[in-house]
Write a protein that binds this ligand. Structure first.
Ligand code: ADP
Length: 528
C-alpha cells in the first residue's frame, strides 16, 4: 500500500455527541459526521446513556462520513486503512456475553449516585479516601468506573445474576464499542459472521477504573479482592497503538483493522504530540490539563491525579501523566448564554468581554457543583464578588473567561510545584491548548498573561480525534513516531499567545482570585 492512498478513520465517542472523522495520509480531515444522542437523567445527580443508542450513533457517523468523502471524490470505498477509537472516559457499561445486550444503561462519568458507596469504602479501608492511590493513582471517587460497577452489582439484579453465572462483561465505552465492532455476540449478521467480539480495553481507559496497577499496567488483584470484583468480567488491557482486531461484517467499515484506542484526554495529548515535560489543556465543557511526566509516575502533593499518558505499542515505553480536571470551563459560558441570556452564542462572549479592558475588579468562581483540582471542595458553590454600581455585563463576561483561565492556572501551579519538588529546581513548560473554547483569542491571551508563559494553539483544535488517528495510523505504518512528534509539523499554522502582563500585576490578580475562591467554600447549605 502506498502511503498516499491511506485513509484513517477516527471514532470520537464523547459525552454529548459521537463523531467519525476520516483523515488522509497527511492527517488532513477530509470528511466527518457528528450526531448527538440522548442524555438520560433518572434522578438528580444521575446521568445515563443508552449503550445501544451509542452504537447506532457510531454506525450512522461512519456511514455518513464515508458517503461524504466518496461524494467529494475521495477513493475511500476500497476501504479505510485503519480505525482509531477515542471516548468519554470512566463511563461504565455491563452487558451479557450471550445476548450482546446491555444489562443496564451506561453510568456516565459525572454521575454521583455512588457517593454513599464511596463514603462506605473510605470508612472500610485503613487508607481512607487515598487507600488505592499508591496502586492506581486515583482517590476513591464517584468519578471512576469501579464504584459505578459496584453500584450495579448491588442494585441491578440482572447484573448480579450475570456476574454470578459468568455471562457478564464489564467495560468502558471504548471496550463496549470494540467488542461490538469486532463481532459482539456474533449476532450482528449471523449468516455471514460467526466472529465473536474481542473484550479489550486500552491502558488509558483502564487507568480510569481504579482497578489497574499503574506500574504493572494490569488489573490489580489485591484491589479486585478488596472490592469484590471478579477478574473474569474485566477486559484484556492493550497498548494505545496496535492492531486489536478487524471490524466485523454488518458495519460500514467491515474488514478494517482497529489499531488505536485512547481515552479522550489521552488522545488530545497524543493529538498535540505532547512529549515528556509538555502539558496540554483542553477547554470544552470542563477543562482537562495533563502534563507528560515521561516514564516516571509522579505522585502529586498538590491535589493532582497520577495517570497514564500513552503507550504507543505493546513493547513501547509507558509515558505517564499528572492530571488536573476542572468541572466547569466552557459550561460557564453556556450559563451566560442559557441561564443569564446575556449572549446568544458561546463565541459572542469574546466580543462582549472585549468592550472593556479588564474585569473591573469583578471575580467569578464557577463552583456550580463544588471545585475539583486542586481544591477538591464538595461544599463550594459559585460566587461573583467585587460588584459595584460600575459593573457592566461585559465585566461579568470578562470575569467568566478569566475564571476559566485562573482554574487552569491553579492546576498548572500544582504541576509546577510537583515538578519542582521532583527536579529540585523550577521546571518550565509551554502550554498547548485545544478544545472548542480554545478558539477564543481573548481567553487564550488572558491565559498566557495569567500564566506568565506562552500558550500554543495548533491549527486543528479537534486534537482528540486526531490523536486516535495518529495512534491507529502509527500501528499500521501510515506514519512514524518521528513524523507525529516532529517539531516542524507541530508548529505548522500554530498560533502562539505571548504573555503581556507585568509580573507585579499577575501576582495581584492571582491573590484576588485566591480571595474569591476562599469565599466560595462552605456554601452548599445556604438556605433557599
Ligand atoms: P465538549 O467536547 O466538552 O462538548 P467542545 O470542545 O465542543 O466541548 O467545546 C464546547 C464548549 O466550549 C461549550 O461549553 C461552549 O460554551 C464553549 N465555547 C465554544 N466556543 C467558545 C468561545 N468562542 N469562547 C468561549 N467558550 C466557547
Amino acid at each position: 500500500m502506498s502511503k498516499k492512498e491511506a485513509f484513517i478513520g477516527s471514532i470520537d465517542q464523547g459525552t454529548t455527541s459521537t463523531r467519525f472523522i476520516i483523515y488522509d495520509h497527511s492527517c488532513k480531515a477530509i470528511s466527518s459526521h457528528q450526531t448527538e444522542f440522548s442524555q438520560i437523567f433518572p434522578q438528580a445527580g444521575w446521568v445515563e446513556h443508552n449503550p445501544m443508542e451509542i452504537l447506532e450513533s457510531v454506525r450512522l457517523c461512519m456511514a455518513k462520513a464515508i458517503d461524504k468523502a466518496t461524494a467529494d471524490g475521495h477513493n475511500v470505498d476500497s476501504g479505510l486503512t485503519a480505525i482509531g477509537v477515542t471516548n468519554q472516559r470512566e463511563t461504565t457499561v455491563v452487558w451479557s456475553k450471550s445476548t450482546g445486550l446491555p444489562l443496564y444503561n451506561a453510568i456516565v462519568w459525572m454521575d454521583v449516585r455512588t457517593s454513599a458507596i464511596c463514603r462506605r469504602l473510605e470508612e472500610q479501608f485503613p487508607g481512607g479516601r487515598t487507600h488505592f492511590v499508591e496502586t492506581c493513582g486515583l482517590p476513591i471517587s464517584t468519578y471512576f468506573s469501579a464504584t459505578k460497577f459496584l453500584w450495579m452489582l448491588e442494585n441491578v439484579e440482572a447484573v448480579k445474576k450475570a456476574v454470578d453465572s459468568g455471562d457478564a462483561l464489564f467495560g468502558t465505552i471504548d471496550c463496549w464499542l470494540i467488542w461490538n465492532l469486532t463481532g459482539g455476540s456474533g449476532g450482528i449478521d449471523p449468516s455471514k459472521n460467526s466472529v465473536v467480539g474481542l473484550h479489550v480495553t486500552d491502558v488509558s481507559n483502564a487507568a480510569r477504573t481504579m482497578l489497574m496497577n499503574l506500574k504493572t499496567l494490569d488489573w490489580d488483584k489485591p484491589t479486585l479482592e478488596e472490592l469484590g470484583i471478579p477478574i473474569e468480567v474485566l477486559p484484556k488491557i492493550v497498548s494505545n497503538s496496535e492492531i486489536i482486531g478487524n471490524v466485523a461484517n454488518g458495519w460500514p467499515t467491515a474488514g478494517v483493522p482497529i489499531s488505536g484506542c485512547l481515552g479522550d484526554q489521552h488522545a488530545a495529548m497524543m493529538g498535540q504530540a505532547c512529549r515528556k515535560g509538555e502539558a496540554k489543556s483542553t477547554y470544552g465543557t470542563g477543562a482537562f490539563i495533563l502534563l507528560n511526566t515521561g516514564e516516571e509516575i509522579i505522585k502529586s502533593n498538590h491535589g493532582l491525579l497520577s495517570t497514564v499518558a500513552y503507550k504507543l505499542g505493546p513493547n513501547a515505553p509507558m509515558n505517564y501523566a499528572l492530571e488536573g480536571s476542572i468541572a466547569i470551563a466552557g459550561a460557564a459560558v453556556q450559563w451566560l448564554r442559557d441561564s443569564l441570556g446575556i449572549i446568544k452564542s458561546a463565541p459572542e462572549v469574546e466580543d462582549l468581554a472585549k468592550k472593556v479592558d479588564n474585569s473591573g475588579g469583578v471575580y467569578f468562581v464557577p463552583a456550580f457543583n463544588g471545585l475539583f483540582a486542586p481544591w477538591w471542595k464538595d461544599d463550594a458553590r459559585g460566587v461573583l464578588v467585587g460588584i459595584t454600581r460600575f459593573t457592566h455585563k461585559s465585566h461579568i463576561a470578562w470575569a467568566v473567561l478569566e475564571s476559566i483561565c485562573f482554574q487552569v492556572n491553579d492546576v498548572l501551579d500544582s504541576m509546577h510545584k510537583d515538578s519542582k519538588e521532583k527536579a529540585g529546581k523550577d521546571v518550565e513548560f509551554l502550554l498547548r491548548v485545544d478544545g472548542g473554547a480554545s478558539a477564543n483569542n481573548l481567553m487564550m491571551q488572558i491565559q498566557a498573561d495569567l500564566l506568565g508563559s506562552p500558550v500554543l494553539r495548533p491549527s486543528d483544535i479537534e486534537t482528540t480525534a486526531l490523536g486516535a488517528a495518529y495512534a491507529a495510523g502509527l500501528a499500521v505504518g501510515v506514519w512514524t513516531e518521528d513524523e507525529i512528534f516532529s517539531t516542524e509539523k507541530r508548529k505548522e499554522k500554530a498560533v502562539t499567545f505571548h504573555p503581556k502582563l507585568q509580573e507585579e500585576q499577575r501576582k495581584k490578580k492571582s491573590e484576588s482570585w485566591c480571595k474569591a475562591v476562599a469565599r466560595s467554600f462552605d456554601l452548599a447549605s445556604l438556605s433557599l
